[in-house]
Write a protein that binds this ligand. Structure first.
Ligand code: SF4
Length: 233
């Protein structure tokens, strides 16, 4: 079965699992706040697998390609300047202009092909909280926030549902494993960077020639391991 078929199956499977989880939330009166146009979570660094990025790169229009190009330049500059991974994640949320695939109205511009990690994010707090830097909160506010979280439902210290995240990670592993079966190695990392590598850099055409051929494209870019991970031989 082709990787793109496996991507579509994984996305459909996750959507179906999330429907069940959200029904459980409604039954247990767990409030959820996600809605179209609320884009604070789209300022976070998004993880994806290579097959998902290929699916997404195939549908980008000229405006999105242009936004992606600008975003990747800034992302690489910011990553190079970061003082450790936590600083990279903080700067990503605070200084980059959000995901390059966001539409002008704040909706996802690639909704049908958005990756598993985006599908899995469901907030048990109003949207303002999705963009908040916890380390910048006054101690008392942070304590109150942490006390308000229910470990039965969320990934503490975040306020995002845990079950969709676990289901998405299992499906990501399925995709990476399918890629390793086909090519002998897998690629995962930052969604925007992977989409740029799949589109503008044409990395896909090197995959069949093995990891060494892929590394010959990647090495001159000197990408941080926070942005890209290649696993396998
Ligand atoms: S792909 Fe869509 S949902 Fe995911 S971060 Fe980008 S705009 Fe948001």
């Amino acid at each position: 079965m082709g990787l793109q078929t496996i991507v579509r199956q994984a996305q459909a499977k996750l959507d179906a699992e999330i429907d069940i989880i959200l029904a459980d939330c409604r039954q247990q009166e767990v409030a959820l706040y996600c809605r179209r146009g609320c884009a604070n979570c789209c300022r976070l660094a998004v993880h994806a697998t290579w097959p998902e990025a290929v699916a997404l790169a195939a549908v980008l229009d000229d405006r999105q390609l242009s936004a992606l190009q600008i975003h990747v330049v800034r992302l690489r500059q910011q990553t190079d300047a970061a003082d450790g991974m936590l600083d990279y994640l903080r700067q990503h949320r605070n200084t980059l202009d959000g995901c390059p695939f966001l539409a002008a109205d704040g909706a996802c511009g690639v909704y049908t092909v958005r990756p598993l990690s985006c599908r899995a994010l469901h907030s048990t707090r109003p949207g303002d909280w999705c963009g908040i830097d916890l380390s910048a909160l006054p101690v008392i506010d942070k304590e109150l926030y942490l006390k308000s979280l229910d470990p039965q439902w969320v990934d503490i210290p975040t306020h995002f549902l845990s079950r969709p995240r676990i289901a998405a990670q299992q499906l990501e592993e399925t995709l990476l494993s399918a890629m390793r079966d086909q090519y002998g190695f897998s690629i995962e990392g930052n969604l925007a960077l992977l989409a740029w590598l799949a589109g503008a850099k044409g990395l896909s055409k090197h995959l069949a020639h093995g990891r060494t051929a892929v590394e010959s494209v990647l090495e001159p870019l000197r990408l941080s391991s926070w942005l890209l991970r290649v696993v396998g031989s």
